[in-house]
Ligand binder design. Sequence first.
Ligand code: SF4
Length: 419
Amino acid sequence: MKITFPHMGHMNIVVKAILEGLGQEVVIPPPTSRRTLNLGMRHSPEFACLPFKVNLGNFIEGLESGADTLLMVGDSGKGSCRLGFYARIHQVILRELGYDFRMITLTNRSGNEFVGGLADLGRDKSRREIVSAFWLGWRKMRLCEGIERRSHRIRPCEVNRGETTKVYQQSIKMIDASENISRLREVGRESLSLLKNIKQDRSRRPLRIAVTGEIYVVWEPFVNLNIETKLGEMGVEVVRCLWLSENILHRIHLDFWNWRSKSRALKAAEPYLGYNVGAECNISVGNTIIAKQRGYDGLIHLMPFTCMPEIVAQSILPKVSRHYDMPVLNFILDEHTGEAGMITRLEAFVDLLERRRKRGTGYFKAVWMNLYLREKELERFGHSVIRQSPNGKLIMVDVSRESVWIVINNQTMRKTKKK
Ligand code: SF4
């Protein structure tokens, strides 16, 4: 059995490590490119969202490279968006195109069922071997994410443009090539020292912009036109809100200890969305609120054209942005999205955020975490940010040009000096 699967960020490194540990032969399709997209577009229904088209292109390229088995997530109609139907439709299209293959569909209903489906591929392996295959995959994923997060922090301060990207790519290649945990540890140390050695100008105070949206377009750099690297090279520190490991921890109900947890984002979105719309809709709304509470300067919302859950989020975000005084830039990505247009919009957004920072607006941060917005009071006080503390006191924060005013229960008033 020669298994192939679509690209999605670092997913190929992780899935390859697991499948090889389970004794399967893996055929990684060529990196997603314009050709992949064209192949997908040519054979997809026009209304399908961008991930469908790119995944189809990856499958075609994987089959052309010699694969005979396709691995896909989604279990025929179940799930919160069209993704649940994609495995079936891909199968029909590819068979009509004359490809002969077997399709393995992993459920996206629960983390346990997903892992169980994957572990089934190592039926002739011992339990110990299955566990070590998953452990290696997990450690590779965490290391890739750690290196990527660090590169996001270093890139805006690098002295020689492009150095961080080079080191980052080199580290990812080394992680992919490590065949066991001890080699992976060495690679981790090596990568960290390479990143540390990058010449940086620490006097810079880069803007911090959170990136959220539909998971596929946030993770896949070809599809989002490398937006994170572009921002980094414009001198912006990118804070990505969605990570594969957090997603897995959420699926198995273990994501409660950090701010990126999906459960926190879902909770934060509750005043705006009374139920879970599906995919990343509620998470996009919640992350916008959390990003403001953590003091980020702005947020970029990425979504594919015709993505149903993100269309809902997109319609709510202007309200959240107004309530929290949080600048939000939305990008709808499809096969026609041009790089020049994206750069122009990013430059304008960064310019706006720089001016806001100079003016002193929006510097308030972590103090207000764990407090939540009260819409009624917000309307009463106009543009100010109003929250209620856990002890029930109403707190209003008004960040004006010259000063920051804090009003507690509409009686106590304190003026603090601007930083
Ligand atoms: S979340 Fe949106 S873009 Fe992603 S698969 Fe579902 S409908 Fe398509």
